[in-house]
Design a protein around this ligand. Sequence first.
Ligand SMILES: [Mg+2]
Length: 358
Amino acid sequence: MKITKVYVEKYKWPKEKPIANGKHIYTDNELNLLVIETDEGITGYGCSWDISFAERIGQTIIGEDPLNHEKLWEKMYVPKFLGRKGNSLWTISAIDIALWDIKSKICGVPLYKLLGGARESIPYYIAGGYYGPDKGIPELQKEMEQYLSWGAKAVKMKVGALSIKEDIARVKAVREVIGPDIKLMVDANCAYKFFDAIEFAKRAEEYDLFWFEEPISQDDYDGYRKIAAKTCIPIACGENEATRFGYRDLINTQSISYLNPDAECLGGITELIKIASMADANGLVLSPHGQQQVHVILDCALPNVRIAEFYPPQYDAKIYEAWKNPVKLNSDGTVSPNPVPGTGLDINREVLKNYRIK
Ligand SMILES: [Mg+2]
């Protein structure tokens, strides 16, 4: 089998209402779909954030056998000419995901089984609790109640955009409405400096947080050491870390309890598997970040994943319509991968046809 074509389909559509985390406001949803065509009619799909290097990197693997993912990863990863992280690595990530899509489809085996089949389902948390226009504490509480009505046993909320005092009031209000037995995570999306994060953590400890995610910049490894030394709240981090080398350095801070690798950003599924092994050898567990179509597969494939991230449909209803096989929640607080071969990124183009921009 040979790769004959690599290209991007880009879609963009407005959100019903803008949402915000501790640092960024999102007004649109995007899908950057990386497509690999082969001479045997099997098409692979991957995706990532900006994959504007797709044409350039894609050219280097035309004519190659898509099954040779290790060979192709090494061929694509050329920091000297493309940079070490960021857009070029996002493109490599999307291509690598598409290669695994092809492999799984050729085998006719669901990818979570092909990659190890560690379990059939996994507990999830709902990644919600964003800031939004006209969204106060009562609206936030109502949102959390809705998640509990679905069967959620764990929920996450954003912090970092308001004063620490205001965000602690939000955390308190959420803990009050979800009760003592539901896991609660907070995510600052790198909004704090280390000393702010220590102050937040000290005030938040009484609300029994499951983890404190990305309190500070991904690059401030010393800051993570300082925060971990001052709080009993487990720290989660990794959605902005990349490659096995970056993860080695992050793990070596001995500050992170939960790693949040994102196959779309760190170098694809091939690289995430290596990071999972390294984490396991260091006694750490994963909760992969981002695209749940791909990550619920990895969550159920790999042994040292503890909890899955799940984005609720209200933040992007269109994409749930567009996926041919959207990941769906079980009623018992768990989620299972779709029992079909591939990465789950096949879309119904009819749904998104008015939003294609490339
Ligand atoms: Mg996050």
